[in-house]
Design a protein around this ligand. Structure first.
Ligand SMILES: Cc1cc2nc3c(=O)[nH]c(=O)nc-3n(C[C@H](O)[C@H](O)[C@H](O)COP(=O)(O)OP(=O)(O)OC[C@H]3O[C@@H](n4cnc5c(N)ncnc54)[C@H](O)[C@@H]3O)c2cc1C
Length: 412
């Protein structure tokens, strides 16, 4: 039973491990000169492997795709993932936010140990093999530095990633190949991304690179309610980036797509309520400058003052109630999400409606898909890797099960 896996990220590697464990002969192909480049980059941010919150809120992070992701997370979820890492000699710990990391916060030791184990199990790796489609005999076609190579496999698993950070290998070019074969695809879109804002020259030149800390963002959900999320972000030359922005980015992106722009409200003083803020700002200013007054009474300084001036008319500064309202709910107009290449992850991809429960494309028997190339999205917090591992494992086991049934039927 010969299985070809294309893509050596977390999903492809997990598929290889699962298929090999179930007895398949496995070859793994990747376009890059080395395996797991994006996984290694994720390690630069500490490698948030998964999250420790209870399963119910965990599953809710997959939003509209919860139904499809839930069965695989229930089979191989956060706890199983931690046990799996432990099996590679990598201990994990729960950070103060509930996120789970390897003890040394690095991806390289985990990847090294994992690749060693997969290799020892008999999986063959083929780097510098860019998959470009199929030949007329239905064989997988690869471009290598020297030649075009056709490869026969009884089943194939594509784990080609999304379209973000293309220089690490996942460039989303597989979309055309699958579309040609009639596979239904949701357009690839940036997820966990920054946004463009038409900053004034003052903000752009003086504050690009500045973190905005102890801040909360408020966005309107499509269901009508609003979401308040505390965290931090960074001002960039073109707009905003960073953790708390990523957390609400799917709502903002969808709103921009629907309406052409979106309003992000900032709470610049998340630890004070509006009534207290109004009282404090109403205290006599005396001869102090407005900047000193804001700093003393509301702890608003530096980049936060610049943001206030950016969108608030002058008169507001002399009216404590209006100023408090602006500080608690400063409207910033976002004009576009940053391009897919810059995003942390990708929304869109192969639609679940085209897949069976084992992640096989129904119309292309023997072809499976896993990981970020599937049409789901989730916030940062370890949810991305968890679903990549889980779908990879399911596709690997699914391909072997399908082949066993298929070959079994053929043999009868
Ligand atoms: C900066 C950054 C930090 C991140 N941090 C975290 C984090 O802490 N926690 C978390 O959960 N997630 C994180 N992520 C997201 C996470 O890394 C991805 O969701 C995950 O790597 C996707 O896994 P995958 O196997 O589906 O695809 P990928 O990891 O993208 O792997 C796909 C592989 O397919 C190969 N490939 C693509 N096209 C072809 C082709 N035509 N032929 C052959 N090979 C091909 C690529 O070279 C690549 O090796 C981060 C992402 C970024 C960009």
């Amino acid at each position: 039973m010969k299985i070809a896996i294309v893509g050596g990220g977390p999903a492809g590697l997990m598929a290889a491990e699962a298929a090999r464990a179930d007895g398949a002969e496995v070859d793994l192909y990747d376009a890059m000169p080395s395996i797991g480049r994006k996984f290694l980059l994720a390690g630069k941010g500490g490698l948030n492997l998964t999250h420790s919150e209870p399963l119910e809120p965990f599953l809710s992070r997959y939003g509209a795709r919860r139904k499809q992701i839930e069965p695989v997370i229930k089979t191989f979820g956060p706890d199983a993932l931690r046990t799996w890492a432990q099996g590679l000699g990598i201990k994990t710990f729960v950070g103060s936010s509930g996120r789970v990391f390897p003890q040394d916060l690095k991806a390289a030791p985990l990847l090294r140990a994992w690749l060693r184990r997969i290799r020892q199990s008999g999986v063959r790796f083929h780097v510098r093999h860019r998959w470009i489609g199929w030949n007329q005999q239905g064989q997988l076609l690869f471009m290598t530095p020297h030649e075009q190579r056709a490869v026969y496999a009884d089943a194939a698993i594509l784990a080609l990633g999304g379209g973000s950070w293309p220089k690490l290998g996942s460039d989303g070019k597989w979309v055309d190949e699958l579309a040609k074969r009639g596979v239904s695809l949701a357009p690839l879109r940036p997820a966990n991304c920054g946004f463009d804002i038409g900053w004034s020259d003052h903000v752009r030149t003086k504050f690009a690179g500045h973190p905005v800390k102890s801040v909360a963002v408020i966005v309107t959900k499509p269901s009508g309610g609003s979401l308040w999320q505390q965290g931090e972000f960074v001002i960039t030359k073109t707009g905003v980036e960073g953790g708390v922005i990523y957390a609400v980015s799917s709502y903002l992106r969808d709103q921009i797509e629907a309406e052409g722009s979106a309003i992000l409200k900032l709470d610049l003083a998340p630890d004070r309520d509006q009534a207290r803020l109004t009282r404090e700002l109403a205290r006599p200013r005396g001869k102090r400058t407005m900047a000193t007054h804001l700093q003393r009474q509301a702890h608003i300084a530096g980049v936060k003052v610049a943001l206030l001036h950016e969108v608030t008319p002058k008169e507001t500064f002399t009216d404590p109630a209006r100023l408090a309202t602006a500080i608690k709910s400063l409207p910033i107009k976002l004009t576009a999400p940053r391009p897919l290449e810059e995003a942390i992850s990708t929304a869109g991809g192969v639609r679940f409606e085209d897949l069976d429960e084992q992640f096989m494309i129904r119309s292309l028997p023997g072809l499976f898909c896993a990981g970020e190339m599937l049409d789901w999205e989730a916030p940062t917090g370890g949810y991305l890797l968890t679903a990549c591992f889980a779908t990879g494992r399911a596709a690997g086991a699914g391909a072997v099960a399908w082949l066993a049934a298929h070959v079994g039927r053929r043999g009868k």
